[in-house]
Ligand binder design. Structure first.
Ligand code: ZL4
Ligand code: CA
Ligand code: ZN
Length: 397
């Protein structure tokens, strides 16, 4: 009815616990869990629920989060509330809640929130392990900055690391790919000493005109993991630093060239793809000029290799475009084509009419929401690709 074509034989599962939607980081905080409500509504209004297996996963428990995180950190995280938080407490600061940074606020239901998104990533991983799905989707996860004893950049628990740990119980080599506009530093660091996980992140990198590095300030092309030749993790990270304003054509070419080479060389048995939507044009925090279909072409590229795949969310700070992108990418997974006119019966239709160019449609032109000049020349990107290919030669087998 809405332009659905026959699915192409991939078994896709959708892992989502709606309780995650009701958490608030604070009124003006850019991370808005209700973008997941919008995403779900779009997915349902296009009828995509009939093309996938739907799961409502239970929250992860303390011992499951302890697969990666320290007990002491988790105890603190499980007990802290806005009422009992002491901003001068050394632990509060050491665990990443303090400073003048309001990146990681303590809000009501914080422990419940982290348990819900991590439970969904675990459920996705178990579906790959049981061979129940070829592709398992969790749009509520992808919190790639969390460290084992540190909250960072809106991330408190690293659901990606925990999902990859589960995949490693059966798979020898797992590839992690990250197209969030920020560097996937937490996942890279967690696996820096193993050759069983290769991490690949594409991100904005550089210093702005006020001298501030783009968060988290790491991920230059020469950062390839430990340099010590005795360390098994050596050369098992690849970082692709990009400047403001990259366009569809450039990003698609860069992603396809680099990712294809990594998959060919590393030959992973499973792939985890973090699809942060803050790399879209017009994102509140991002700096790129990508359209929804260019972002989605990265999912198509990865899917075409036919490896078991977990597709996970991440950043994305213009909620209507996050929902559009993740709905489109859900359709890419099941092999459906969606009509550009939004279904008229969606409950949140007004949310998609707020913008200049996108009233009532799925694929507005975000490149023209242009707020960032393209500072990437084709010549500079070609050099970057050459450097990436050179880095890959340091990886054994
Ligand atoms: C905000 O308006 O670059 C937090 C964060 C809270 C509400 C009111 C408080 C005002 C923008 C960001 C004070 C805000 C101070 N509120 C923010 C160095 C910084 C220190 C904190 O997509 N200030 C830190 C983190 C990044 C920094 C990006 C991306 C996550 C992911 C995966 C994390 N931190 C400078 C900023 C606001 C806020 C407005 C903000 N924080 C923008 N960029 C950051 O990769 C999910
Ligand atoms: Ca990234
Ligand atoms: Zn991000």
């Amino acid at each position: 009815e809405y332009g659905l074509e026959r699915p192409q034989g991939y078994s896709v599962s959708f892992h989502y616990n709606p309780h995650v939607e009701y958490h608030h980081f604070g009124s003006s905080h850019p991370m808005k869990p209700w973008r997941l409500t919008l995403t779900k509504q779009l997915v349902l209004s296009y009828g995509l629920e009939y093309t996938m297996d739907l799961y409502e996963p239970r929250p992860a428990n303390f011992n499951e989060l302890n697969i990666f995180h320290d007990r002491e950190y988790l105890s603190y995280l499980s007990e802290i509330t806005p009422q009992n938080a002491k901003p001068d407490d050394p632990q509060y600061i050491a665990y990443g809640f303090g400073g003048d940074s309001n990146d990681c606020p303590v809000f009501d239901g914080l422990w419940n929130y982290v348990s819900l998104y991590t439970g969904a990533s675990m459920s996705a991983a178990y579906n790959l392990l049981n061979k129940q799905s070829d592709i398992a989707i969790n749009w509520s996860g992808g919190l790639h900055h969390a460290k084992k004893n540190l909250a960072s950049g809106f991330c408190y628990v690293n659901d990606i690391v925990i999902a990859i740990q589960l995949l490693l119980t059966q798979h020898q080599r797992v590839l992690y790919i990250d197209i969030d506009v920020h560097h996937g530093d937490g996942v890279e660091q967690a696996f820096e000493s193993t050759d069983r996980v290769f991490t690949l992140s594409f991100h904005k990198y550089g210093i702005d005109r006020h001298g501030w590095p783009f968060f988290p300030g790491t991920g230059n092309i020469d950062e390839m993991g430990p340099k010590d030749p005795a360390n098994r993790g050596k050369a098992h990270s690849l970082n692709i630093p990009i400047d403001d304003g990259i366009d569809d054509h450039q990003y698609k070419y860069l992603f396809k060239t680099v990712t294809s080479k990594v998959i060919e060389k590393y030959n992973p048995q499973a792939i985890v793809l973090q699809s942060g939507a803050d790399s879209l044009g017009g994102d509140r925090l991002g700096r790129f000029n990508l359209n929804i279909k260019a972002h989605g072409s990265c999912i198509e590229t990865v899917k075409s290799f036919g490896r078991p795949l977990i597709l996970i969310g991440g950043g994305g700070y213009t909620p209507r475009n996050v929902a559009r992108t993740w709905c489109h990418e859900t359709a890419v997974c099941v092999g459906a084509t969606l009509h550009n006119d939004l279904p008229t019966h969606i409950p949140y239709l007004q949310a998609f009419q707020g913008d200049e160019n996108g009233g009532g449609i799925l694929y507005p032109d975000l490149h023209n929401t242009k707020r960032h000049d393209n500072l990437n020349t084709d010549a500079a990107l070609q050099k970057l690709i050459e450097k990436a290919m050179e880095n890959l030669r340091y990886m054994e087998g």
